[in-house]
Every structure is written in structure tokens, then in C-alpha cells.
Design a protein around this ligand. Structure first.
Ligand code: PEP
Ligand code: MN
Length: 336
């Protein structure tokens, strides 16, 4: 439920309402707006609404009607900003994450990092553990790949995002990465999500290939409920009857999520289209729609890539895209 305090509620009144809720076994999130304080309240059991309404300084008590609680904007009205040192995801700046689908060689990872950094990206992407549709496709370099990605991130002053596929990999990947990516195929791996709720690093949760927005937010709820409030959502395209593109990038999910949730949302036009020549248009559209960031596949020689070459941009195209995106970001009140 949500406890809306009176406009002139005193600090002492707010504190005592919070203390009472905690005493009742509830978990409380305080949002202090310019005029009112709102308390998001969740817990394993139900608290009588009337009991709280009678407390001093309380204006009204509302039930959160959405099935997800901590992920909802009702629970926490202000935007969540996921902060990694000086990189803020969900703030005014549109954050670019870019790099290869997979780490392949030392040289390929270094060249990708140098190129995306030069163009203005803040975060290096790259997989070391790859969820491939076929067991015969390249599965990633494992820890060796993580080491290459970390070295390239450090050398080029980038943060690092990489995918975690299994519970047993969390500890290892946390040592190398700044953000743990949960892939589309694992969006409903609830035991993995539960465990990531206890992780020390932010989590980027990709939308499942056939997941509704509500299912996606419920998956985010698993991580939040475990105590990890640093969750980023990523729209990466869903499966529709259209087969021209690899997936259908659901741009409308961006404003929908922003209305329903306080969590930052980024778009992935690479997996969203599967076609290099369509990435730029969908990247511009995503920024125009309000995305807090983009994640884009860039490879120094896409024709030689061991995964997702057809959708990977060459470094020059990525640099050109960055230039095209700046005025789009500015037009919607953001920087890039
Ligand atoms: C990836 O980012 O390379 C990836 C495998 O993405 P998704 O989980 O969206 O397919
Ligand atoms: Mn990929």
C-alpha cells in the first residue's frame, strides 16, 4: 500500500508512521516530494488500512492495485537513477552501451572498446557466457572473455555490462562487471532473479521474447524484492508474426514502462531488428520515445563476428549514429 502524508506533516510524524509500519513487519520506501511525502509499503502480510489512516499526519492510504509493488510508480513516484561512479542511468543523459555481441579475441575486444569510447559510449557491452539458440554455436569464452572485457573497460575508461546465465556464475561475473545482464531467455528464470536480488551490482533485465510488460515488471519485482533496487529494464524486441526483422522492437513499451514504473529503461535496436541497416532508425526512434539509454552491438569486422554479425555496426557507423542521436536527445530535453 501507499501512505500519503499530509502536506504539512512534520518530520516527527513521518518518522513515527515509518516506525509503526516497521514494527508491523513492513518494508517502507520513503519518497519526499516538494509538497508531500509518500511512503511505499510492502510486506508478507496485510496491514489494516484503517489502522494507518488514524495515525497523526496521514492524509490517505491507498492500495497498490498492480501485481508488482516495488517496481511500480505508485510505490515510488520518483525516477530511479542507477549510478555507477559518474555514470547515471535514468537521469537527464541518455547513456550509450556498446560493444560486440561476444568477446572473441583480445584485439577484437580492445578495438571495440576504443571505438565506442571515442564515439561517446559510457559502457562497454560484450558477452562471455552466451545463450545461443543452438548448442553447436559459439558459447562464449567464459572467464577468459570476462578478463578481456574488464581490461578493455579499464583501459578505455568504460563501465562494463555482461550477461549472467546461471546462479553459479554470479560471484565470478560480479568480480569483473559493473552491470549484470539477464538475457531475454532468462527473464523468467525466477531462481536466478531471486539470487540477483542479493547481488552487489545493478541488474539489467531484458524483456522476454514473448513476455507482456506486466510479466516483465513482475520479473523485475523478484530482483527488487530481494533487496537489489538497482534494476534497469531493456526492451530488446518481441516475437510477432512479422519475419522481415529478427524481432519487433516494441517502442511503445518505453512510455508504457515509464508510466507504470520508476525503473530506467533502455532499448536494444540491434536484437530488436537483427539487421544492421535498421539499427540507426530504431535507435533514433527509441531516444525520441524517451529511452534512458541504448545498447548497441558494434564489431570492428562484423563479417567475421562469431555471433550476431548481421546486426553489428562497424565503428564508423556507430560514430555516425552517435552524431545523429544528439539532436534527437536534445529535442526531447535530454543530453547525450
Ligand atoms: C545479447 O545481448 O547479446 C543477447 C543475447 O541478448 P538477448 O538476451 O536480448 O537475446
Ligand atoms: Mn547478441
Amino acid at each position: 500500500m501507499v501512505v500519503v502524508m499530509k502536506e504539512r506533516a512534520s518530520e516527527a510524524q513521518i518518522d513515527s508512521v515509518i516506525a509503526r509500519l516497521i514494527e508491523l513487519g513492513m518494508d517502507v520506501h520513503r519518497s519526499s516530494g516538494t509538497t508531500r511525502t509518500v511512503l511505499g509499503v510492502v510486506g508478507a502480510h496485510k496491514v489494516e488500512k484503517e489502522l494507518i489512516e488514524l495515525l497523526d499526519g496521514v492524509h490517505e492510504v491507498l492500495r497498490i492495485s498492480e501485481p508488482y509493488k516495488r517496481a511500480s510508480r505508485t510505490f515510488k513516484p520518483e525516477d530511479t537513477i542507477v549510478t555507477i561512479d559518474d555514470v547515471r542511468i535514468g537521469g537527464d543523459e541518455v547513456i550509450m552501451m556498446a560493444g560486440p555481441c561476444s568477446a572473441e579475441t583480445e584485439e577484437q575486444v580492445m578495438a571495440s572498446a576504443a571505438a565506442v569510447r571515442r564515439a561517446g559510449a559510457k559502457i562497454l557491452r560484450g558477452g562471455a557466457f552466451k545463450p545461443r539458440s543452438s548448442p553447436y554455436s559459439f558459447q562464449g569464452l567464459g572467464e577468459e572473455g570476462l578478463r578481456m572485457l574488464r581490461a578493455a573497460s579499464d583501459r578505455h575508461d568504460l563501465k562494463l555490462i555482461t550477461e549472467v546465465m546461471e546462479i553459479g556464475q554470479i560471484g565470478l561475473i560480479e568480480k569483473y562487471a559493473d552491470i549484470l545482464q539477464v538475457g531475454a531467455r532468462n527473464m523468467q528464470n525466477f531462481s536466478l532473479l531471486r539470487e540477483l536480488g542479493r547481488a552487489s551490482k545493478p541488474v539489467m533485465l531484458k524483456r522476454g521474447i514473448s513476455a507482456t510488460i506486466e510479466e516483465w515488471l513482475l520479473s523485475a519485482e523478484y530482483v527488487l524484492a530481494g533487496g537489489n533496487m538497482n534494476v534497469i529494464l531493456c526492451e530488446r524486441g518481441i516475437r510477432t508474426f512479422e519475419s522481415y526483422t529478427r524481432n519487433t522492437l516494441d517502442i511503445s513499451a518505453i512510455p508504457v514502462v515509464q508510466q507504470l514504473s520508476h525503473l530506467p529503461i533502455v532499448a536494444d535496436p540491434s536484437h530488436g531488428t537483427g539487421r544492421r541497416d535498421k539499427v540507426a532508425a530504431m535507435a533514433r526512434a527509441s531516444v525520441a520515445a524517451g529511452a534512458d539509454g541504448l545498447i548497441i552491438e558494434v564489431h570492428p569486422r562484423p563479417e567475421e563476428a562469431l555471433s550476431d554479425g548481421p546486426q553489428s555496426l562497424k565503428p564508423t557507423k556507430f560514430a555516425q549514429l552517435m552524431r545523429e542521436l544528439r539532436p534527437v536527445a536534445e529535442a526531447v530535453g535530454r543530453s547525450l
